[in-house]
Design a protein around this ligand. Sequence first.
Ligand SMILES: [Cu+2]
Length: 76
Amino acid sequence: MSMSTVKYSVPNISCGHCVHTIQTEVSEVKGVQSVKADQGSRVVEITFDAPATEEVIKALLAEINYPVAGLAVNLN
Ligand SMILES: [Cu+2]
């Protein structure tokens, strides 16, 4: 099993509460190692391992009203 890091574009992020909610909810998923949501870029970066999967994480984000629009473009 290997760790994966994904960066999702989440357009519904509008304030610090959104950031807090996303970080709290996603970090409760078993297998998620870290969650970093950014208000300015509206990007959520998640590092996870099994049993967490992209499907599980995206389903949770949709359920809490922060659906993933796609992978974030890397601007570096
Ligand atoms: Cu908000």
